[in-house]
Design a protein. Structure first.
Length: 148
């Protein structure tokens, strides 16, 4: 009951990004258009415990490492899958926004949040890596799939 009351207080203060009963709202045609060029598409699934203190920081550490290994990027898409009982806080979103500001200006970043009946905080990440890159640190075997 105490966690529910704490959540209600956060919602009333506007500290929670409400995403329940929401479908992914990014246009699939827009995503296809963004990723249709001749690059190397990498897909990652990142996760942290839903009630873990600093769960977004943990995801961002994973995301930073993967982004660094996949540079240079053209596009990135991140979809946060958050438990309905542990919604995404605005303060957590700030951590992600800081990462978005840190990527080079020529990288397009799209993101979305979906609330699910789950107990794990996850992010599905798509990176479109430029094919003309001179080097790449292999990320294979680290929860990664190359789709092209």
């Amino acid at each position: 009951m105490k966690k529910e009351m704490c959540l209600c207080e956060k919602i009333s203060r506007g500290d929670v990004l409400r995403a329940e009963n929401v479908l992914m709202c990014i246009d699939d045609e827009e995503v296809r258009e963004m990723f249709k060029e001749d690059g190397e598409l990498r897909v990652f699934i990142l996760s942290a415990e839903a009630d873990e203190e600093g769960r977004m920081k943990r995801l961002m550490e994973q995301l930073n490492g993967l982004a660094h290994e996949c540079m240079p990027l053209r596009h990135a898409y991140v979809c946060f899958l958050v438990p309905e009982t542990f919604p995404l806080l605005m303060s957590e979103l700030q951590t992600f926004c800081e990462w978005c500001q840190s990527v080079p200006n020529d990288v397009t970043v799209m993101w979305d949040v979906v609330a699910l009946h789950t107990f794990v905080f996850q992010a599905v990440v798509l990176f479109d890596r430029r094919r003309d890159a001179k080097y790449c640190v292999s990320t294979m075997g680290r929860n990664c799939k190359t789709l092209r």
